[in-house]
Design a protein around this ligand. Structure first.
Ligand code: FES
Length: 150
């Protein structure tokens, strides 16, 4: 089936089965490999993108269900002032270890601070809890988010 989807402000025509997860459309059809595959069952957060600004697991989002909603990925994150600030603090604070989960972490953190610019530590922890980091960088991730919080 053919779909027209808006990704990072650009309209893209995609020919894919309607149940193909957005993750695979991004990575395999469009060559946008910044969004990572972790578990493929909506459990780890590595594949997080924004759908109308809301953090969403792209491995669990069939391309046929996207419709008019706006998709934003890690490749576009620096266009968001909050996303750019988080990326800078991530570098300044040496947040990453292996780095594999970090695109998903940054997408989720950006959605959090965009909707709630001044979250408590508890709100940060609750919001980030579903993004698994195999290297257990949780402390650095949460403290970097707190640094960007207003
Ligand atoms: Fe989508 Fe793990 S790959 S949540």
């Amino acid at each position: 089936m053919a779909y027209r989807v808006t990704i990072n402000g650009e309209t893209r025509d995609i020919d894919a089965p309607e149940d193909m997860p957005l993750l695979w459309v991004l990575r395999n059809e469009l060559g946008m490999t910044g969004t990572k595959f972790g578990c493929g069952i909506g459990m780890c957060g590595a594949c997080t993108v924004h759908v109308d600004g809301v953090a969403t697991r792209s491995c669990a989002l069939p391309v046929g269900s996207i419709g008019e909603r706006q998709i934003s990925t890690i490749e576009h994150l620096s266009q968001s002032p909050v996303g750019a600030a988080l990326q800078q603090v991530w570098l300044d604070e040496d947040v990453m270890q292996c780095g594999y989960c970090q695109a998903g972490q940054l997408m989720n953190a950006t959605a959090l601070l965009t909707s709630n610019p001044n979250p408590s530590q508890e709100e940060i922890e609750n919001s980030m809890r579903g993004n698994i980091c195999r290297c257990a960088c949780y402390k650095r991730i949460n403290s970097a988010i707190a640094k960007v919080a207003a």
